[in-house]
Design a protein. Sequence first.
Length: 278
Amino acid sequence: MANGSGTGRLTAPGVVLGGMLLVLILVSIWLFMSDRFWFPPLASEHGGAVDRVFVAVLIATGIAFIAVQGLLAWFVVRYGESGEERASYWHDNPKAEALLIGVTAVTLTVLVFMGQRVWADIYFADRPEDALLVEVTGQQFQWQIRYTGPDGEFGTTFDPDHIDGVVNFIGLDRADPAGADDILTAGALHVVRGQPVRAILRSTDVIHAFHIPQLRVKQDAVPGLGIEIWFTPTVVGEYEIACAELCGLNHFAMRGFLTVHEDQAGLDQWLEEQLAFQ
């Protein structure tokens, strides 16, 4: 019965469905404890805080999932149809509703404040000193990375007369003294381990999303806006830069690569090679 006062009976379909729910619970717990299909290895300073919030959310929702599915399995197995009992009905249960709403509100409030604190530390903290400044512009279907060059200043961009659609789709004006030494690359971002990176994200057409999973970096690039983010890589290596926003038919091809050098000398050598090439 709906109020649990009847004797009920076990039925084969009920036992099978209850067993399936139990297996679902056990598999879910195993996947969580075994770290399979988890995040890629962490490679940034702020990523640890992001992972901790994710784990807290997963634990809270996991407890709710196990409780709900466990109760569902119990009622399916315990109260099978006998053909004689009738379901009870009551309009409401204020105490049960108040308890459920209260527990849910407290849990969500704690999780929101945890996430807000991490968000503020990443996006609203003071800009890191001695950071490498780069500009990342998304266009269907490519990332273009721009460095300031030796003068430390960006030149004028989005001049229609200088857009070629291949190498310079941001319309960089090389006649501008500040832009004469700017370095443009097609999807190649090179940085130094332990040095903060300030990236100004732009888009020339639709919304793109600058995403580096290993660094826990993900931020939309919106047309008409220059959105600034910063991060500090901690592990030397090469990482894929993906677009995490469905931006068109060739969205799958919009990818670049982040290379983290061990020291400044490696980055300087690469920048000199790019400047000479351009």
